[in-house]
Design a protein around this ligand. Structure first.
Ligand SMILES: [Zn+2]
Length: 212
């Protein structure tokens, strides 16, 4: 059984998730630590819980979701996986950082690609991968049916959806991703978003103004 914990990091209030199993193996999803105290918080959590990080898996690679990737790689030497359609976004990361006024030169490079419909395995547990582009060209969502939750990145938020005005974004594509892959999940499925509070599928189907 997988469990999820989360932290909220950086100027964008980005949610970083840690997924653990009973063997204390873990994945780190979207490590967004920017300041040293944020890195310390995540690393202390891992040390205190005696976790063994296995990989970084990212829903997408906008700056606020990758600020802390290199620090995790440096500390634990673990692989970093993204969808291959994010390669172009990563190439633009240094430029975007300068534009937004962030000191961020050490752009991480993926060491493996995550493919839709190819489950990610942590010990005996599997996460399903949905390809949910629209906010970013290679946005993916991680679904764990046994735990009734999905990590949606910046695709779906409580009462909102991801912005689509960044390079590679497209509103129709995003809405289609949500309807096809997220709104087909059971209503009680908890949605763990890249920003803001958790919600569930039934709630968003009923009240999300962007999906009426
Ligand atoms: Zn984003």
């Amino acid at each position: 059984m997988l469990n999820v914990s989360f932290f909220t990091f950086n100027a964008f209030d980005e949610n970083t998730y840690i997924i653990t199993n009973e063997k204390k193996q873990c994945w780190i999803v979207d490590p967004g630590m920017y300041h040293d105290d944020e890195k310390d918080a995540l690393f202390s959590f891992i040390t205190q819980k005696q976790l063994q990080p296995q990989a970084i898996i990212n829903t997408h690679t906008h700056l606020d979701h990758i600020f802390g990737v290199q620090s995790v790689i440096d500390k634990y030497g673990i692989p970093f996986g993204v969808h291959k359609q994010e390669s172009e976004v990563l190439k633009m990361a240094a430029g975007s950082a300068t534009m937004f006024g962030f000191d961020f030169k050490n752009i991480p490079q993926p060491t493996f690609f995550i493919t839709e419909n190819e489950p990610l395995l942590l010990g005996d547990d599997a996460l399903q991968v949905f390809y949910t582009p629209g906010h970013s060209p290679g946005s993916i969502s991680f679904y764990y049916p046994k735990g009734n939750w999905v990590i949606s990145g910046d695709v779906l938020f409580s009462g909102s959806i991801g912005r689509t005005d960044l390079p590679g974004g497209n509103t129709d594509t995003l809405l289609n991703s949500i309807r096809k892959h997220l709104f087909t999940l059971p209503g009680e499925t908890k949605v763990l978003s890249g920003h803001g509070p958790a919600t569930n599928i039934a709630e968003e189907k009923m009240h999300n103004p962007f999906l009426k």
